[in-house]
Design a protein around this ligand. Sequence first.
Ligand code: SF4
Length: 376
Amino acid sequence: MRAGIYIHIPFCKSRCSYCDFATDIYRGSKAVDRYVSALAGEIASAEHKGRVADTIYFGGGTPSLLTPKQLEKIVESIHEIFDIRDNAEFTLEMNPGTVTRENLDEFRMLGVNRASFGVQTFDDHALKLLARGHDATDARDTFSMLRASGYSNISFDLIAGLPNQTLDAWRKNLREAIALEPEHLSLYILEIHEGTPLAEQVSSKRQPAPDEDLAGEMYKLMQKELGAAGYEQYEISNFARPGFESKHNNKYWRLEPVFGFGVSAHSFDGIDRRWSNERDTNRYVGLVETGSSPLVTDEKLDDRQLSAEFAFLNLRLREGLKRSVYRSRYGNDVFVEYGEELARLEKLGLVAIFDNSVVLTGQGMLFSNEVFEVFV
Ligand code: SF4
């Protein structure tokens, strides 16, 4: 099975108030140079010599803070170990205000053919509240620069349910996004993560707590508006023009092999082994520099865990969980194994059951956690 490669770049210009990812504040190119060397070292010592891969994904953090030279060094080390297919999807995550036209051109020369960037909202006041470090004009400029540079596969993210955001304001965001005509959109409902500045603002009542009913309305509105504009909802949070679904993310949802490198990166061998790296950047760099393994977890999953995970990850996708695929992978009939639970969910209108598949309904996508609990 062809693999995906994930590279984590932890640096960000500032820290967004809702973020709980493994990130570090960008303090200039020198610290990044050291990280890049460690990363290249980790890739060079990987066990996957000659393994065929058809997706590369640079996530973060803010990978667009890399200089073209730094990106080139990592890309070279990937090519030394992996057999990267010619038509591989190569995504670089970006943030508005961190890219120049020159850099975008050079990134493209290095093979980047898909850009994914965080817009989150076109409302400057909300962007300030989220401490995003850019405004809506930066986001629009990033989009125009990408197009001018020749990127023909662009995705960006929006967040619904921001503090004080009305349904009308969300509609305006959706319409502005559609007017830009990206190939792909990722749309999330705001989650408040413990320990973040936003969580503190909500608990001290300086910001309102999320309104679940309103978030539900927003979710339905985005399904309607994007559907009418020709986008297909191929996953709970992802919409694409036909043919522009994220190939890399599909590998996670289908439990295919993805090898991750860098601080906090996770890997799965596509069979039954999963492992992850150290979450602290300095410790990660120190470990790799001294020739030690940066792994902090390494586990073998049993069939029960794998089949349950396969079931709920596949249910995230529009085409749902295929009975025949599940049987050929795990030897069981999912309709028998989870028969009672699926019948209950069907009665609640959360799933639809067909001869060879079970899929989430529109309502089921909104209440997907309730559905997934059945398998966990
Ligand atoms: S840009 Fe992304 S990774 Fe960086 S702080 Fe903001 S949300 Fe977190």
